[in-house]
Design a protein around this ligand. Structure first.
Ligand code: NHR
Ligand code: GAR
Length: 199
C-alpha cells in the first residue's frame, strides 16, 4: 500500500499531535491506510510537544520563525523541511503562525487545522475568553481545511461543550481540548480512508 506521510506542525504543548500519533499507532493506520506520522515540526524551539514526539519515536525538526526575515522566508524554509517527507497530509496542531498564501497554495487540499471555537464564531486568537465574555452557553472546536483566508476552509468535524457558570478561559480550554483529542484523529483518519485525499 502506498505510504501516506503525515507531517504535524506545532508551536506548543503538542497534546493534539500526541493524540493523533497515539491514534495512528492504536488504530493501526500504517496497516489499514498505509499512513504514518512521518515528522513533527515546530516553529518554537522550546515547544513541549517536541519531547512528546521524540518519546514516540517520531522525527522532529525546529524551524524557528524568529530566525527569518519575514513570513515568506520562514514559510519557504518550513516548506523545504516539510517536503523532505513528501507529505500526503500537513496537520496544524496548535501551530501559531499565520501561513502565507503561497504556502497554503502549495499544500492546497492536504492542509488541515483544528481551531478552538465553533467556527465561524471566534476566528483568530483568545477564543475561549471571547466566548465567555460574549455570554455563550456553548463552545467547542472545529477541524477545517486551511485556506489563505484565516479559519475559513471547509469544516470537517466539530465538537460542542457547555460553557459552565464560573468558567475561566483555562477551564473552558481544558474542556474543549479533551474534545479536540477525539475529533482531530477521527477527522484525519476519515481523510486517510478516502481513495484520494483531495476530493
Ligand atoms: N494560516 C492560514 N493561511 N489560514 C489559516 O486558517 C490558518 C493559518 C495559520 C494558522 C491556526 C489559527 C487558529 O486555529 C492557523 C490557521 C495563529 C494566528 C495568529 O494570529 C491566528 C489563527 C491561527 C493561528 N498568529 C500570530 C501571527 O502573527 C502569532 C501569534 C503567536 O505567535 O502567538 O502569525 O487559531
Ligand atoms: C489547542 O486548543 C488548539 O485548538 C489551539 O491551541 C491548543 C494547542 O494545544 N490552537 C490554536 O489556537 C491554533 N491557533 P496543543 O499544542 O496541546 O495541541
Amino acid at each position: 500500500m502506498t505510504e501516506k506521510n503525515i507531517v504535524i506542525l506545532i508551536s506548543g504543548s503538542g497534546s493534539n499531535m500526541a493524540a493523533i500519533a497515539d491514534a495512528a499507532r492504536g488504530g493501526q493506520w500504517e496497516r489499514r491506510h498505509g499512513a504514518r506520522v512521518a515528522a513533527v515540526i515546530s516553529n518554537r524551539p522550546a515547544a513541549g510537544g517536541l519531547s512528546l514526539a521524540r518519546e514516540r519515536g517520531i522525527a522532529t525538526q525546529v524551524v524557528d520563525h524568529t530566525a527569518f526575515d519575514g513570513r515568506e522566508a520562514f514559510d519557504a524554509a518550513l516548506m523545504a523541511e516539510i517536503d523532505r517527507h513528501r507529505p500526503t497530509l500537513v496537520v496544524l496542531a496548535g501551530f501559531m503562525r499565520i501561513l502565507t498564501p503561497g504556502f497554503v497554495r502549495h499544500y492546497e487540499g492536504r492542509l488541515v487545522n483544528i481551531h478552538p471555537s465553533l467556527l465561524p464564531a471566534f476566528p483568530g486568537l483568545q477564543t475561549h475568553q471571547r466566548a465567555i465574555e460574549a455570554g455563550c452557553r456553548f463552545a467547542g472546536c472545529t477541524v477545517h481545511r486551511v485556506t489563505a483566508e484565516l479559519d475559513h476552509g471547509e469544516y470537517l468535524e466539530q465538537a460542542v461543550v457547555p460553557v459552565l457558570p464560573g468558567d475561566t478561559p483555562a477551564s473552558l480550554a481544558e474542556r474543549v481540548l479533551s474534545q479536540e483529542h477525539l475529533v482531530y484523529p477521527r477527522a484525519i483518519e476519515r481523510l486517510l480512508a478516502r481513495p484520494a485525499l483531495n476530493p
